[in-house]
Design a protein around this ligand. Structure first.
Ligand code: X2X
Length: 337
C-alpha cells in the first residue's frame, strides 16, 4: 500500500511540474518602439537580462523593437498586449493614451517643469493611481522608465515665440492632445507613426518634429536638416513596463517578484541613461549637439510663458477629459516636490 501511495505521489508531482513547465513559454515577446542604443531599448534589454539571470533561465524575454508585432502602429501596442498578441511591453504613456485617456496627463502642456516634477508624479500618489488605472484596463504595470522631455526641432527657423511656429509642418505622435497643442500654437501638425516619421524627416516631407534629445542624437537628426532645436520641456513621456494579465497569472509568485524587481532595476538604469547629459549638473549631450553646428535655444522665463499662454485652452480642455481630480493631484504633487 505504502508503495502505491509513493508511486501515486511521485506521478502527481511529475504532473504538476509538467503543468507548470508547459505554462511557461520558451520566449516572451516584449514590444518597444526603439531599440538600444536609445535609453528606451537599453531599459528593455536590461529587463530581459536581469530576468533571465535571476530566474535562472526560466523566463526569457525577447525584445521586438519598431513595434513590429503591431506592424509599426505604436497606438495599437496596448490593445495588442491586452489581447495577448504581445506578452509584455516597455511602452510610452503617449502610445497607450488612445486606450487610457488618463495617460495624457504627462502630455499636458508645461505641467512638469523639470525632472523633479516628473519624479513627483511617477514616484508619488499619481503614479500609484496611474498603475491602478492601467491594471483596470487589463495589463499589469510593474515599473517606470523614461523616454524624456520632448524638445521641438525643425529645419526652417529658430523657434523662440509661438509666432515662429506659424505654418511649420510638424510631425506629431498619435494622441490628439498633440495636434491640439500645435494647432493652438499656430503650427501645422501632422500625425504619423514613428515608422513613417523617419522617412518624412529624411525627405523633408515635414519641417520638424518633437522628441527627446536622446532620440535626436542617436539618429543624428542634424544630418536630416533638423538644425534648430528649442529646449522648452513642454511635455515628457515616461515609459511603463507591463505584462499581459494571463501571462502574469501563469507565473509563480516567486517569478512574478523576479520580473517586477528586474523591471524596477532596469527602469532605474534606463532613467539614468535617459537623463545623462541633460541635467543641470551635466549638459554634455546639449553641448555635443551644439558642437555639430546646431542652434540650441534655451528659452527665458518670459519666452516660455508665451507658449504656456498659447496652450492654456488646450490644458483646460484636456484637464476635463483626463479627469480634474487626477490633474489636481498632479498639480499638488508638483507644487510640493
Ligand atoms: O513616436 C515617437 O515620437 C516616440 C518614439 O517618441 C514614441 O514612441 C512616443
Amino acid at each position: 500500500m505504502q508503495f502505491f501511495k509513493t508511486v501515486i505521489a511521485a506521478v502527481a508531482t511529475l504532473a504538476a511540474t509538467a503543468a507548470v513547465a508547459q505554462e511557461y513559454k520558451e520566449e516572451y515577446r516584449v514590444s518597444t518602439v526603439v531599440p538600444a542604443p536609445f535609453p528606451w531599448g537599453i531599459a528593455a534589454e536590461k529587463w530581459a537580462e536581469l530576468t533571465a539571470e535571476r530566474s535562472e533561465g526560466r523566463i526569457n524575454l525577447k525584445i521586438y523593437p519598431g513595434v513590429q508585432l503591431v506592424q509599426g502602429d505604436q497606438t495599437r501596442e496596448f490593445t495588442a498586449m491586452r489581447q495577448g498578441v504581445i506578452d509584455m511591453a516597455v511602452g510610452s504613456t503617449i502610445n497607450w493614451s488612445p486606450q487610457i485617456t488618463e495617460l495624457n496627463l504627462f502630455s499636458m502642456p508645461f505641467l512638469m517643469p523639470d525632472y523633479a516634477a516628473l519624479d513627483a508624479l511617477t514616484q508619488g500618489p499619481v503614479g500609484e493611481r496611474i498603475f491602478e488605472i492601467v491594471q483596470a484596463k487589463g495589463a499589469v504595470p510593474l515599473a517606470w522608465a523614461e523616454n524624456g522631455f520632448r524638445e521641438v526641432t525643425n529645419s526652417k527657423t529658430p523657434i523662440r515665440t509661438p509666432a515662429d511656429l506659424e505654418g511649420l509642418k510638424l510631425r506629431v505622435v498619435g494622441s490628439p492632445i498633440f495636434s491640439d497643442m500645435f494647432s493652438a500654437m499656430g503650427a501645422n501638425p501632422t500625425q504619423m507613426s514613428w515608422a513613417d516619421a523617419q522617412p518624412a524627416l529624411t525627405t523633408g516631407a515635414v519641417d520638424g518634429q518633437e522628441n527627446p534629445l536622446t532620440i535626436y542624437s542617436v539618429l543624428n537628426m542634424h544630418e536630416l536638416g533638423q538644425t534648430n532645436v528649442t529646449l522648452w520641456h513642454y511635455v515628457a513621456d515616461p515609459l511603463i513596463f507591463a505584462v499581459n494579465q494571463q501571462v502574469w497569472d501563469s507565473f509563480t509568485s516567486e517569478d512574478q517578484e523576479i520580473l517586477r524587481q528586474a523591471a524596477i532595476d532596469a527602469g532605474a538604469i534606463g532613467i539614468e541613461i535617459a537623463r545623462k547629459g541633460l541635467t543641470d549638473g551635466d549638459q554634455s549631450l546639449i553641448e555635443d549637439i551644439r558642437g555639430k553646428g546646431v542652434e540650441v535655444i534655451t528659452l527665458t522665463d518670459a519666452e516660455r510663458q508665451a507658449f504656456v499662454d498659447a496652450t492654456r485652452p488646450v490644458y483646460d480642455a484636456w484637464k476635463e477629459k483626463i479627469g480634474a481630480d487626477l490633474v489636481d493631484l498632479a498639480e499638488q504633487s508638483i507644487a510640493n516636490r
